[in-house]
Design a protein around this ligand. Structure first.
Ligand code: NAG
Length: 341
């Protein structure tokens, strides 16, 4: 009896599926609950006739909290999900999706079997640029065939930023279990995204496991670490207010950084960068891991080579991508770094 019941459970798990309900997907009339084709032929967004038909535009304000909900009961023991946004309203396989939320374990549901999807919450990062996007829910199921699920929805972001710094600072969407990549997630684990980004949530009952294969390019995003983390720089005496970067300090600080990256794109000019932003401020002490306190919202710099997104008073520092720096709380591409010289 027991083994029969177990067999029934597994058989159901292997054929079950989920559909995103909120935000309302594109092409609801033609969207079925199956995963992406293992060949990758319908990546992204389950390509089909009518794939980008808009039945409802989902409007979300930057900085607001939103609900992700599902239809269906076959949650395959949960797994890991990401929510991403692309500037391409009708994405193709070449479109770039940027991750605004990673759920490691417990998504779409936390139940052991096919207990159904649970509503999840997420936020549109403050400062995310206003405009129309394709929103994607991607899911790597814990139990059953190795699959990738992807539903897309039309989203309009309002009350957001006017530049792309917050967008560009987010990691690229993780892609696995399709023939277009060698990256694979293992069964019976909640896959740990190589680059989950600043807005990641780990379920209490997570059974973590790293993916295998080449997930680097697919996982992409800002810099897992092309530039070694800068050596910690002694903060100025904490009793005195920090002076602007002094002539004598800057070269010393730079001397501790890898020469190859500095000579690649640094030139010395006469203008000092602003030390703080009126919108937000970073803590005095750099932190190489975990979360640090911060105030304000949006993107913050921690020296020239680390950035983070301040969310509810916490920030996780990440290295900037090779060829970019963090200045005045924005990611700056290939240009000269200015400091008082
Ligand atoms: C889940 O979200 C949907 C859509 O917003 C809502 O209709 C439903 O009531 C929510 N369910 C629960 C249990 O909160």
């Amino acid at each position: 009896m027991y083994s029969l019941a177990l067999f029934g459970l597994l058989a159901t798990a292997a054929s079950g599926h989920m559909i995103m309900n909120t935000p309302e997907p594109y092409g609801m009339a033609t969207l079925n609950n199956s995963p992406l084709d293992p060949s990758g032929s319908d990546f992204p967004c389950k390509q089909r006739s009518g794939v980008y038909a808009v039945s409802k535009m989902n409007t979300m304000a930057a900085g607001s909290s939103q609900i992700l909900s599902f239809t269906g009961s076959a949650s395959h023991g949960g797994g890991s999900c990401q929510l991403s946004l692309s500037k391409d309203k009708e994405p193709t396989k070449d479109s770039k999706f940027k991750v605004i939320k990673s759920y490691i374990g417990g998504c779409p549901g936390a139940g052991a079997g096919n207990s159904g999807g649970q509503n999840q919450t997420f936020e549109i990062p403050a400062g995310f640029p206003s405009g129309e996007y394709a929103f994607a829910w991607t899911w790597f199921n814990k139990i059953g065939n190795r699959e990738m699920y992807m539903n897309c929805a039309p989203v309009t972001i309002t009350e957001g930023g006017s530049d792309d710094s917050v967008f560009e600072a987010l990691p690229d969407m993780f892609v696995a279990n399709l023939a277009i990549t060698t990256c694979k997630s293992a069964e019976t684990i909640d896959v740990v995204f190589p680059n989950p980004g600043a807005f990641a949530q780990t379920a209490p009952s997570v059974e973590k496991g790293n993916p295998t294969g080449d997930c680097g390019t697919a996982a992409g995003g800002p810099p897992s670490a092309p530039v070694p983390a800068p050596a910690p720089v002694a903060p100025p005496a904490s009793s005195a207010p920090a002076p602007p970067a002094a002539t004598s300090q800057a070269p010393g600080e730079f001397a501790q950084r890898p020469t190859i990256t500095m000579t690649a794109f640094v030139t010395v000019t006469g203008v000092p960068p602003a030390a703080t932003s009126p919108a937000a401020s970073a803590p005095a002490a750099p932190s190489s891991g975990g979360k640090s306190p911060c105030t304000g919202t949006g993107l913050l710099c921690n020296g020239l080579f680390q950035f983070g997104l301040c969310d509810h008073g916490k920030v996780t520092w990440q290295n900037v991508a090779l060829g970019t720096t963090c200045e005045n709380n924005a990611i700056v591409r290939k240009r000269s770094v200015a400091f008082r010289g």
